[in-house]
Ligand binder design. Structure first.
Ligand code: OGA
Ligand code: NI
Length: 363
């Protein structure tokens, strides 16, 4: 990091932290009262530097089963959100509230187990479909986040059930299936919003073939003004469905303003990912977002990324499916395999820049 003074061996500090295999939760359990330097962000990235808007009106809430609202109307609502904010919350989405609360509770339980119980799951080996880790980009990004994550690659090929931590084993499979059903409905609306037939994104493009469930645990932070829960980023997915608990902290960048995505009881947060922005030639927006650190909490969230993983699935190549001529003038993209896109995204780490720019063609 450019600002690191001589004598500060960041790499060995990162290694020492990673070797504990206990994550940020381990630091908090050990009673840290100061945020270690590896988690310090440079001032411009931190919350107080940007105007922060408390209103929630900018993020639409869409009722997927409102009385008297037909498909054409839903398509119009989803289209408007996808083309502008890139985020919306959905109600009456078909995922039972009991599953949502059980999912959150099971992730909280897992993270609050003793370090020895979690340690066998802690890994950075990309071949393992179950990976518990703190900061997927710990060794790549300029500053670490106050967050631990359990990654579960559930489709196209899921883990052996015995490899999933017992605390969440049963509910994760059930919740994943329910979110896949919602994903099917959303992809149908989004296909139509792009002027394609309803089955396009699911059946032709294969956007529902893969799902990665990233369950985050944000421990309470003793000095939230020095770090972040999640650095600003856009998602490496076609589409993301996020479940958050009631703590809050998720913010979306709209123009120059960070806008809170306030928790709405029973709702799920949906956002367009980078791969759908690329496919739609910028018609749909994969918008940057972040999570601020807070003394409140712990906060738990579960992000379901629709994207393929694994050698066969991720070698599939994606490029724009909407021609540039139909669009307002704007840049196009070269085609890219999911694998290459993800490789670039992970290698870069969360550094405040968009991975999409790398694949943009010159105008
Ligand atoms: C993500 C993400 C937000 C949250 O996992 O990509 O943006 O609220 N998560 O945890
Ligand atoms: Ni995200």
């Amino acid at each position: 990091m450019a600002s690191a003074p001589a004598g500060y061996d960041r790499l060995s500090k990162l290694k020492a932290f990673d070797d504990t295999k206990a994550g940020v939760k381990g630091l908090v359990d050990a009673g840290v009262t100061a945020v270690p330097r590896i988690f310090h962000h440079l001032a411009p990235a931190l919350p107080h530097q940007v105007h922060h808007d408390k209103t929630t009106t900018s993020i639409p809430v869409i009722d997927l089963a409102a009385a008297g609202v037909g498909t054409a109307d839903l398509v119009a609502q989803v289209k408007a959100a996808a083309e502008t904010v890139g985020f919306f919350q959905v109600l009456n989405h078909g995922v039972p509230e009991a599953s949502m609360s059980e999912m959150l509770a099971s992730i909280k339980s897992f993270n609050e187990e003793p370090a020895e119980a979690k340690r066998p799951y802690y890994t950075r080996d990309p071949k393992r479909r179950v990976r518990y880790q703190s900061n997927f980009d710990l060794f790549q990004s300029p500053a670490a986040n106050w967050r631990d994550t359990l990654f579960l690659e559930m489709a196209p090929t899921g883990p052996a059930p015995d490899d999933i931590p017992p605390a969440c084993r049963a509910i994760v499979s059930e919740y994943t299936r329910q979110v896949q059903s919602l994903g099917r409905a959303l992809l149908e609306l989004l296909s139509e919003a792009l002027g394609l037939h309803g089955g396009y994104l699911e059946h032709v493009a294969g956007c529902l073939d893969g799902i990665v469930v990233a369950s985050h645990y944000y421990p309470p932070c003793p000095e939230p003004h020095l770090t972040l829960g999640t650095t600003r980023h856009s998602d490496p997915s076609f589409l993301t469905v996020l479940l958050q608990d009631g703590v809050g902290g998720l913010q979306v960048l709209l123009g120059e303003r960070w806008v809170d995505v306030a928790p709405v009881a029973g709702a799920l947060v949906v956002n367009i990912g980078d791969l759908l922005q690329l496919m739609s030639n910028d018609r749909f927006k994969s918008v940057e977002h972040r999570v601020v650190a807070t003394t409140a909490g712990p906060r738990v969230s579960v992000a379901c990324f629709f994207r393929t993983n694994g050698p066969a699935a991720s070698s599939r190549v994606y490029g724009p499916i909407i021609s540039k001529e139909q669009d307002p003038p704007g840049p196009g993209y070269r085609s890219v395999a999911v694998e290459e896109f993800l490789g670039y995204y992970k290698h870069k780490g969360l550094d405040g820049r968009s991975a999409l720019d790398h694949f943009r063609l010159p105008p």
